[in-house]
Design a protein around this ligand. Structure first.
Ligand code: K1U
Ligand code: ZN
Length: 159
């Protein structure tokens, strides 16, 4: 396993739109292992391949307290289940260290993707996990949470 370098804002490579993965093989699984190591070490609860300068549609996440719920999504696609049900929170980003900003997003989504075995998976998410997955999917399209901030007074600096 290897810890990868995380690109930081304003690196223009963060604005790259990632390409679809065509085949899941051992090289890709190695990258996924490295992404988990990088995310847990940061520490973070999500990481998109874009953030480690790999422009393929892959993300990892784990919103548990004890690193017990790792999730891998390859070629994820999101369907918003209820546009009127929105959740706001101060989001963080490993590519914008030390900053948090208030973003509102749909609170319930359905996801279709492949897992690390190349199998198709689909499931629904609500609340915080739904927000994190949307944040990571945005990275794959070159979008950062700061692009979604409507009220610029709602930034917070971490120490
Ligand atoms: O994409 C990223 O840079 C990861 C990001 C995910 C995220 C956090 C909060 C809201 C939306 C998306 C982070 O992991 S920032 C670090 C963080 O929030 C955290 C780190 C350790 C424990 C708990 C939270
Ligand atoms: Zn981020």
């Amino acid at each position: 396993m290897a810890k990868l370098k995380i690109l930081e804002y304003p690196d223009p490579r963060l604005r790259t739109r990632a390409k679809k993965v065509e085949k899941v093989d051992d090289n890709l699984r190695q990258l996924i292992d490295d992404m988990f190591e990088t995310m847990y070490a940061a520490p973070g609860i999500g990481l998109a391949a874009t953030q480690v300068n790999v422009h393929q549609r892959i993300l990892v996440a784990d919103v548990s307290d004890d690193q017990s719920q790792p999730v891998v999504l390859i070629n994820p696609e999101i369907t918003v289940l209820d546009e009127n049900n929105r959740l706001g929170m101060y989001e963080g980003c490993l590519s914008l260290p030390g900053l948090r900003g208030w973003v509102e997003r749909p609170a319930s989504i359905k996801i279709t993707a492949w897992n690390e075995k190349g199998e198709k998976i689909d499931f629904s998410l609500e609340g915080f996990p739904a927000v994190v997955i949307q944040h990571e999917c945005d990275h794959l399209d070159g979008i950062l949470y700061v692009d979604r901030i409507e009220d610029t007074t709602k930034f917070a600096f971490e120490d």
